[in-house]
Design a protein around this ligand. Structure first.
Ligand code: ZN
Length: 253
C-alpha cells in the first residue's frame, strides 16, 4: 500500500470504530517544536551539560542538586510557547465526535489538554502540575518558569517538585491500570510518535493484542519503522503524524 492508500484505510477504520484509544510519545510533539529526547537532534545528544539527562532528571539529582536540576529542567524540558499541532487537534476532535475514548501519552507537555482533549492519561505526569513537598499546594508551569531559581512554595517556603516521573521513580499505579484498561477495551488502537522502544510502552500495547479479535483494528504512525510494525494492520512511516491524521480526518464521516 502506498501512503494514500494507507491513509484511506486508516480513515475507513476510524469511521467504523467508536472506541479508539491513542497511545503517543515524543514524536507527537516534535511538530510543535519540542525536541524528541532520543532523536539525533534531541536532548540526549546535547553537549551543553556535563551530566547526561538520565542523571540530571533523576530523583537523586533532584534532591541532591536541586538548583542544577531546575536549571536544566527549565532550559530543556519546558516549552511555554509550544502550541498544539494538527495531531493534538485532530485527536481532540475525534474525542468530541465520540470516536476516541482516551489519549494515553508519554509526554509531559500538556499539549493534548491545550488542544481540548478531555480524557488524557499522562503516564509520565505533567509539567503543568507541580506540588509543594511540604504543604501539598499545587502550582502551574508558569510559577516554575517565573521563579528566578529553585521554585519555593508561597505559603510555607517548601520545595516544589514537578509532578513528572523522574528517573528512579515508578509510574503511578492507578494511571497505569487506567491506561491498560482503555487499551484492552479499545476497538481500535492508534500508536503515534513512539518507537515503543522504551520500556514499558510496548508492554502496555500488548494488552490490545491479547485476545486477537478479528474486528479490532490497529495503526502505528512513526517516523522510523519499529520492531512492532508487523503487529499492526496499518503502519505508516512515510509522513508525520500531524499530516497523516489530518488527511485521514478529511476523509471521515
Ligand atoms: Zn508549601
Amino acid at each position: 500500500m502506498n501512503l494514500e492508500q494507507k491513509i484511506k484505510k486508516l480513515a475507513e477504520y476510524i469511521n467504523k470504530s467508536s472506541n479508539i484509544v491513542f497511545f503517543g510519545g515524543a514524536g507527537v510533539s516534535t511538530e510543535s517544536g519540542i525536541p524528541d529526547f532520543r532523536s539525533s537532534s534531541g536532548l540526549y545528544n546535547n553537549q551543553e551539560y556535563d551530566e547526561p539527562p538520565e542523571t540530571m532528571l533523576s530523583r537523586t539529582y533532584f534532591f541532591e542538586n536541586t538548583d542544577k536540576f531546575y536549571d536544566f529542567y527549565k532550559n530543556k524540558m519546558l516549552y511555554p510557547s509550544a502550541q498544539p499541532n494538527d495531531a493534538h487537534k485532530i485527536l481532540a476532535q475525534l474525542e468530541q465526535a465520540g470516536k476516541l475514548q482516551a489519549v494515553i501519552t508519554q509526554n509531559v507537555d500538556n499539549l493534548h489538554g491545550l488542544a481540548g482533549s478531555k480524557n488524557v492519561i499522562e503516564l509520565h505526569g505533567s509539567a503543568n502540575k507541580n506540588i509543594c513537598l511540604n504543604c501539598k499546594q499545587f502550582y502551574d508551569v508558569n510559577y516554575i518558569i517565573n521563579s528566578k531559581q529553585t521554585p519555593l512554595c508561597k505559603n510555607c517556603d517548601g520545595l516544589i517538585k514537578p509532578d513528572v516521573v523522574l528517573y528512579e521513580e515508578q509510574l503511578d499505579e492507578q494511571t497505569v491500570s487506567s491506561a491498560i484498561n482503555y487499551i484492552s477495551g479499545a476497538d481500535m488502537l492508534i500508536v503515534g510518535g513512539t518507537s515503543l522502544a522504551v520500556y514499558p510502552a510496548a508492554h502496555y500495547i500488548s494488552y490490545f493484542f491479547h485476545d486477537g479479535k478479528q474486528e479490532k483494528k490497529s495503526a502505528i504512525i512513526n517516523k522510523s519503522g519499529t520492531s512492532y510494525d508487523d503487529m499492526f494492520d496499518i503502519n505508516i512511516n512515510e509522513a508525520g503524524i500531524g499530516i497523516v491524521l489530518s488527511k485521514a480526518y478529511d476523509l471521515l464521516f
